[in-house]
Design a protein around this ligand. Structure first.
Ligand code: ZN
Length: 299
């Protein structure tokens, strides 16, 4: 998840260097990334020298008893889902529905079970002592306060959170189990953290297959939730394709859109840039890198 914080920092730094006046100094209070290598890169990044905390797995925010309950509710739901899914598919086949129709039915079932499972996760996280106040920090090598602790956002006028939530179960390369998979548990912890810390603005991104409607039930009371759709770096002049679905959350109590939601979403096109390829800039690997043993033979 650290890349998103880094990207935001670069954008804000760019805006300041372009002459935009930001009323408050930008301070990255923490990053969280499950990958050890990503954490090492983030710690070594000089632009992040003032980084507050470096958390690891989101699951560290949940007590062992809470995680055990997660496993229980997931196993029970998985059992029910499998039998229902198989039963419906068998019925569908008997009614001579096509494979495509059967798949669509299965997709609906997965979505409804996934939603119920998320409700159960969030309920577990609301139980006494389940959601922790401190988590292991890779910067201070001790348990540091999480974003809902008073001292965490102290002195900041605008509290903002940026995240790329786990995409394993939403990616076409992944398992496609959506909330029924491992990603659902992680997403529930992320949602609960937002409900506890109540930042003014949140940006979340995931793969294009992610369905943001899952947020409405849990965060819709506190936030205006805006689906920005799928955005890709080439739209902004960056020659690398990485389409991702973005969602913006604005806290109803503290922020208000000065425009309509449609104007806000359409306003993104103001930042679009066309990529102009220029043959004067041409990157080519040196011979020693381009010639691989047993694949190319040097003449
Ligand atoms: Zn720390």
């Amino acid at each position: 998840m650290g890349c998103q914080e880094m990207a935001l920092l670069l954008v804000l730094t760019g805006l300041v260097s372009a002459g935009l006046h930001l009323p408050e100094p930008v301070y990255i209070s923490s990053v969280c990334d499950v990958q050890r290598h990503c954490r090492e890169v983030l710690l070594e990044n000089t632009a992040l020298s003032g980084l507050g905390h470096l958390y690891q797995d989101l699951k560290h925010r949940v007590s062992p008893a809470g995680l055990a309950k997660f496993e229980q509710v997931r196993a029970a739901m998985d059992c029910e889902w499998t039998s229902t899914s198989e039963w419906v598919l068998a019925q569908g086949a008997a009614a001579s529905s096509t494979a495509r129709e059967a798949k669509a039915i299965q997709k609906d079932i997965t979505a409804s079970f996934g939603h119920r499972l998320m409700q159960q996760y969030v309920a577990v996280l609301g139980e006494d002592g389940v959601f922790q106040d401190f988590a292991p920090c890779g910067k201070h090598f001790k348990r540091c306060p999480l974003p809902h602790r008073d001292q965490y956002y102290q002195g900041m006028r605008l509290k903002m959170h940026v995240a790329g939530t786990t995409c394993l179960d939403y990616s076409s390369m992944g398992l496609s189990r959506k909330e029924m998979g491992e990603s659902g548990a992680i997403l529930a912890i992320w949602i609960k953290q937002r409900l506890l810390s109540l930042e003014d603005a949140v940006i979340q991104e995931c793969t294009p297959r992610f369905d943001p409607t899952v947020f409405q039930e849990f965060l819709g009371e506190e936030y205006v939730i805006i689906d920005m759709g799928v955005l890709n770096p080439p739209q902004f002049g960056w020659p690398a394709s990485r389409p991702r679905r973005y969602v913006v959350f604005l806290r109803k109590k503290t922020l208000r859109l000065a425009t309509t939601v449609k104007q806000f979403v359409d306003g993104m096109s103001f930042f679009y840039e066309e990529v102009h390829h220029d043959s004067r800039i041409f990157l080519c690997a040196p011979d020693e890198e381009a010639i691989l043993p047993n694949i190319l033979i040097q003449l």
